[in-house]
Write a protein that binds this ligand. Structure first.
Ligand code: C2O
Ligand code: CU
Length: 627
């Protein structure tokens, strides 16, 4: 079974185990009371209790099996079950099978019959808490608290079962002490998890991010001004959508420059209710130009401005977007395409943005409003075509081309050499880009992404059906031509999960990295020149398109299968998957890294790479919300 299926099965089993032990324990207590008072038939009650205990044992055995199977996919998937949940549950469950069941079948409801199923019920309840609140690694405090609760519950229950009168004073005092300390403990952890009103993430170091800026004295400068303001945009169908825009447009004005030029973009804000920045997604800008509020600058407020300047040395397909409350503001329209040409583009060479406006997936070309439906262009046969498709949404999109064989010539801006695809499709991660290339044939070609698409037609012929071909694995598609280093200077593991965590001091369902939420996730410390290996593990049920700023990573393997290898800046770690990627630390700074499903990023799945010796004067506060 796949890790994703096992994870889903385990979630069901955790509940089944808790419910069945709970019912077994409850039924035993009720039957015991009834039999004692001579109200019930001991035999029948006993059979029912025995059946419930047997069901609970079965569910427990199932959980043991899924845990063993999950451990086979990687220890990260099984550790908290193998080290905590099952060790608490298996001993009382085993005793229930060996000691309680035979007694029960003889109609005995003595303390020895009841104590083990009841203790199993406590352990199963602790198992639910583990499943909801503890991923990988094990949290020591919660482990101790849960272990004490189960280990203390057993003797307390025993004393309750063996005495006849009401509980003695000692037990009442002990109960109160336990309840009070649990309360105090949770209060204290919530207090500790609170965030200060202003938090600096990198306060020590000899280099300030404000010194890591683009060239001030360049000669070939391309100047642009972008003004952020709310506007109603029109989709191709005529439908109006309230949006946040650059210059009244969304996508914003396409920025297209020649490799080697210096880009200077003056960002102005007319947004009344939120700040704005420009982040150059995938571009290796100097850190001070990265547009992350609270790390590399303060968010630009209404009436304010910020000037970005960097050399466009990397050719390829990129995009820009705001990084202040991006989950809302980017989705509402504050983004645009950024293309750097190594030579004069030939043929039909266009950025294509896939973005969902008002619930409709649209295809936006540079010169037209977003098409909610099919965008159409007429091209003469023989025209070289390069579609620079960018996924600016939160979810992955599946791209297909029908009517012509094609190649993916670049992934996340960087060239790849791969085979020709015939009716095969490729999934594009949130934030990612594929350059699709082909020569225009003498019949229509359809590039499709779900219900949206771009129809290129020579003027005659019927549109082909959207491709429904098999999916390729982009990590094995083509080579970026780089070999992975033999040894790494450091290694980090990011275990991604969906847990109840203390976000800003309040327990909330969150998206976690190593059990923590932003800004409490430990940063990855790196030194200039190092090669770092990241192992990224997805324990959840949704894909996580991970995006480190300022760098591409070299994908080494996906689920243990060696990659081509390939460079990416947004890589989609699917449910139950394990990716190994390598990062070369060549761009000093304090760099955000996060899931580009931006609701996940906002709910905790954000962290940063901290270069040794770099400090930032900026702070997370009431105005800066990079997540
Ligand atoms: Cu498009 Cu922080 O990224
Ligand atoms: Cu995610």
């Amino acid at each position: 079974m796949s890790a994703a299926a096992l994870i889903a099965l385990d979630r069901i089993l955790v509940i089944l185990v808790a419910v069945s032990w709970g019912f077994a324990g409850g039924h035993l207590l009720l039957s015991r009371a009834a039999v004692r008072e001579g109200r019930g038939a001991a035999r029948r009650a006993a059979w029912w209790s025995a059946a419930l205990v047997a069901l609970a044992l079965l569910a427990t055995a199932g959980r043991l099996a899924t845990t063993v199977a999950l451990a086979g996919h990687g220890w990260w998937f099984a550790a908290e079950k193998a080290l905590l949940a099952l060790p608490l549950l298996l001993p009382p469950a085993l005793a229930a099978a060996v000691l309680s069941l035979p007694r029960l079948l003889r109609g005995h409801f003595g303390p020895l019959t009841l104590i083990f199923p009841l203790t199993s019920a406590y352990a199963a309840a602790a198992g639910v808490v583990v499943a909801l609140g503890m991923g990988y690694p094990l949290s020591p405090y919660l482990s101790v608290v849960l272990a004490l609760a189960v280990l203390g519950g057993a003797p307390a229950t025993w004393s309750m079962l063996t005495r006849t009168g009401p509980p003695g004073r000692a037990w009442r005092v002990a109960g109160a002490v336990v309840a009070l300390s649990a309360l105090a403990w949770s209060g204290l952890s919530m207090w500790n998890a609170r965030l200060p009103s202003s938090l600096r993430l990198a306060s020590a170091g000899s280099v300030d991010v404000t010194a890591l800026r683009g060239p001030a004295d360049a000669t070939r400068v391309r100047r642009f001004t972008l003004t952020a303001r709310p506007a109603v945009i029109r989709l191709a169908s005529g439908r109006g959508v309230e949006a946040l825009t650059f210059d009244g447009r969304s996508p914003g004005p396409p920025l297209r420059v020649r490799q080697g030029e210096t880009v200077e973009v003056r960002l102005r804000s007319l947004l009344p209710d939120r700040g704005v920045t420009l982040h150059w997604h995938g571009y290796h800008v100097p850190n001070g130009e990265d547009g992350v509020p609270g790390l590399t600058q303060n968010a630009v407020r209404e009436g304010g401005e910020f000037v970005y300047r960097f050399r466009a040395d990397q050719p390829g397909s990129y995009w820009y977007h705001t990084h202040e409350t991006p989950n809302r503001a980017l989705q509402a329209g504050l983004f645009g395409m950024f293309t750097v040409d190594p030579v004069t583009p030939e043929g039909f060479d266009e950025p294509v943005a896939l973005h969902t406006f008002g619930g409709a997936l649209t295809v936006a070309l540079a010169d037209a409003p977003p098409a909610d439906g099919l965008a159409t262009r007429t091209l003469s046969p023989g025209t070289p075509v390069r579609l620079r498709v960018a996924n600016t949404d939160n979810a992955p999109h599946t791209l297909g081309v029908s009517g012509v064989p094609y190649r993916i010539a670049a992934v996340d801006g960087l060239p790849v050499t791969g085979r020709t695809l015939r009716d095969e499709r490729a999934q594009l991660a949130a934030g990612g880009r594929y350059d699709l290339v082909f020569t225009m044939p003498s019949r229509p070609v359809l590039m499709s992404a779900g219900a949206a698409g771009l129809l290129l037609t020579p003027g005659v012929g019927a549109a082909p059906a959207p491709s429904a071909g098999p999916l390729i694995d982009i990590t094995r598609y083509g080579s970026g031509g780089t070999e992975a280093p033999r040894r790494f200077d450091r290694s980090y593991t990011w275990v991604l999960d969906r847990l109840i965590a203390l976000r800003g001091g309040v327990p909330r369902l969150s998206h976690t990295v190593n059990g923590q939420v932003w800004p409490r996730v430990a940063p990855a410390l790196v030194k200039q020149g190092e090669w770092i290996r990241f192992t990224v593990v997805n324990r959840g049920g949704e894909p996580h398109p991970m995006h480190p700023h300022g760098h591409h990573v070299l994908v080494l393997s996906r689920d243990g299968v060696k990659a081509a290898p390939i460079w990416m800046d947004s890589f989609d770690v699917g449910p139950g998957e394990v990716w190994e990627v390598a990062l070369r630390a060549g761009n000093p700074g304090v760099w955000l890294a996060h899931c580009h499903e931006l609701t996940h990023a906002a709910e905790g799945m954000t962290l940063h790479l901290a270069y040794d010796g770099v400090r930032s004067p900026f702070a997370l506060d009431g105005h800066n919300h990079p997540e």
